[in-house]
Design a protein around this ligand. Structure first.
Ligand SMILES: Cc1nn(C)cc1-c1nc2c(-c3cnn(Cc4ccccc4)c3)c(Cl)cnc2[nH]1
Length: 287
């Protein structure tokens, strides 16, 4: 079994804290090593005072812990355990050896088609796993994806995930870019949505991998309008196979979006990814 023998109770004294790895809206993440086993992990520290400022963030953290600790998939960041002291909550997370995907994307501007296709195959595999458990991530974007030591991607930050179906409003903090039309539609209180919201976000993600910016990126008002109309242009240097897949995911009607099993069997994916999980994590395409 690849899970280290994990005791039920953790406390801060069990870990040697290393360098800061990053910070998010709430909390910071440090490299850490469990003293007795030498096991390397990432320790996410959240201050209770920051969470208690209402806005339901505390509920989000509880949901993140509840959902992520029950997931086991090579492309989903593992949550091994959690503990707290008087002032802080600690999440013991899998350490992703190559850090945050969005930093790689900004540095490289955009990914070559073979890399974008392999990342897409891994995302589709992870999302199929989540959707089989009726979990909707709801916040698929480069900022919530990490890269493992072998170049494989790991979906992280389940703070926004919920169980399907759902009509919870996502209080809009941060970018609108990845939200599907059914989630930004205001007015009707019964804007129920289901896991197909993640299919839309996957389409936005593929576009951003290949083009280097999101398809509806604009002023907030214009982004809202362009999402509602699925109004995007795909540059003509994007291959016709990639264009076809993006256009089959960025569809206004959630029921008409390409199902994940068809994403995994799409010609663009087959062309760049030798079948099977192991290959999907290969750094370079086969010659
Ligand atoms: C950075 C970095 N460079 N290298 C070489 C590896 C990493 C690395 N970072 C991580 C990280 C990591 C760091 N920051 N963040 C973003 C963040 C921080 C706080 C709250 C919410 C989101 C995630 C994790 Cl969780 C898990 N593993 C990580 N590995």
């Amino acid at each position: 079994v690849d899970q280290p023998l994990v005791p039920k109770q953790f406390h801060l004294g069990m870990f040697e804290i290393g360098r800061p790895l990053g910070k998010g809206k709430f909390g910071r993440v440090y490299l850490a090593r469990e003293r007795t086993t030498g096991f390397i992990c990432a320790l996410k520290v959240l201050y209770k005072s920051e969470l208690q400022q209402g806005s339901g963030v505390e509920k989000q953290v509880r949901r993140e812990i509840e959902i992520q600790s029950n997931l086991r998939h090579p492309n989903i960041l593992k949550l091994y355990g959690h503990f707290h002291d008087s002032k802080r909550i600690f999440l013991i997370l899998e350490y992703a050896g190559k850090g945050e995907l969005y930093k790689h994307l900004r540095r490289e501007n955009r990914f070559p088609e073979w890399k974008a296709a392999q990342y897409t195959a891994q995302m589709a595999s992870a999302l199929r796993y989540l959707h089989r458990k009726h979990v909707i991530h709801r916040d698929i974007k480069p900022e919530n994806i990490l890269v493992g030591i072998h170049g494989e991607i790991k979906i992280s930050d389940f703070g926004w995930s919920v169980h399907a179906p759902n009509n919870r409003r996502k209080t809009l903090c941060g970018t609108l870019d990845y939200l599907p039309p059914e989630m930004i539609r205001s007015g009707s209180k019964d804007n129920w949505y289901d896991e197909k919201v993640d299919l839309w976000s996957l389409g936005v993600l593929i576009y951003e991998f290949l083009v280097g910016e999101a398809p509806f990126e604009d002023t907030p008002v214009m982004t809202h309008r362009r999402i509602a109309r699925a109004d995007m242009t795909i540059p003509d240097w994007v291959s016709k196979e990639a264009r076809d897949l993006i256009q089959k995911l960025l569809v206004l009607d959630p029921q008409k979006r390409l199902p994940l099993e068809d994403v995994q069997n799409h010609p663009w994916i087959i062309k760049h990814c030798v079948k099977g999980e192991r290959a999907a994590n290969r750094e370079k395409p086969l010659k």
